[in-house]
Design a protein around this ligand. Structure first.
Ligand code: AMP
Length: 186
């Protein structure tokens, strides 16, 4: 099973992606986590990414595509995976298609989770208080939502055309939302 999770920041996409991965025993791959790991190691990629992440903007497509081309070809990905936070732009989605063609793999479904903007900002600021993430302050949260609508939301149409899209309402109890996703996958 290979899945993509799309959704605005704060919608609970990471939480749901992890729960679905546990259910199927597949790998959870979050590009946000991968980039934060690069930052904590103070690598060259990490140093460049930190500037961009703290402004609420997107790390350049070629950086993400290079990281994911390597990551997805590793052995542990053979059992399947949930992509959480990647792709985030149309060029990334096109690049992913190219990577998957080379690996002779395909995506089974794209889960798009949504919620209204007020709820999302409330959740992000609350998460910032608890997680210590430097990009969860109110101003950066608004910027990240703006970036989502402009650069990532077009992927909904992109995957809908490929008949892969499953749309889910992200407001509700966590287990109920997981169940809705599972129902759509069966
Ligand atoms: P996330 O943990 O998914 O909310 O990602 C945190 C931040 O990492 C984002 O706001 C972006 O700055 C960066 N990031 C994560 N994934 C990507 C991606 N696929 N493309 C570009 N930037 C990304």
């Amino acid at each position: 099973m290979r899945l993509i999770f799309i959704g605005p920041p704060g919608v609970g996409k990471g939480t749901q992606a992890k729960r679905i991965c546990d259910h199927f025993g597949i790998l959870h791959l979050s590009t946000g986590d991968i980039l934060r790991e690069e930052i904590s190691q103070n690598s060259l990629v990490g140093q460049a990414a930190k500037q961009v992440i703290d402004k609420g903007e997107l790390v350049p497509d070629n950086v993400l595509l290079d990281i994911m081309a390597i990551r997805l070809s590793q052995n542990d990905c053979k059992k399947g995976y949930c992509l959480d936070g990647f792709p985030r732009t149309i060029p990334q989605a096109e690049g992913l298609e190219h990577i998957l063609r080379n690996l002779q793999q395909s995506i089974d479904a794209v889960i798009s989770i949504d919620a209204n903007e007020k709820e999302l900002i409330k959740r992000l600021v609350l998460r910032g208080n608890n997680s210590g993430r430097t990009d969860d302050t109110s101003d950066v949260a608004k910027q990240r939502l703006d970036v989502y609508w402009k650069q990532t939301a077009p992927l909904i149409e992109f995957y809908s055309r490929r008949n892969l899209l499953q749309s889910i309402n992200g407001v509700g109890e966590i287990p109920d939302i997981t169940q809705q996703i599972l129902n759509g996958l069966s």
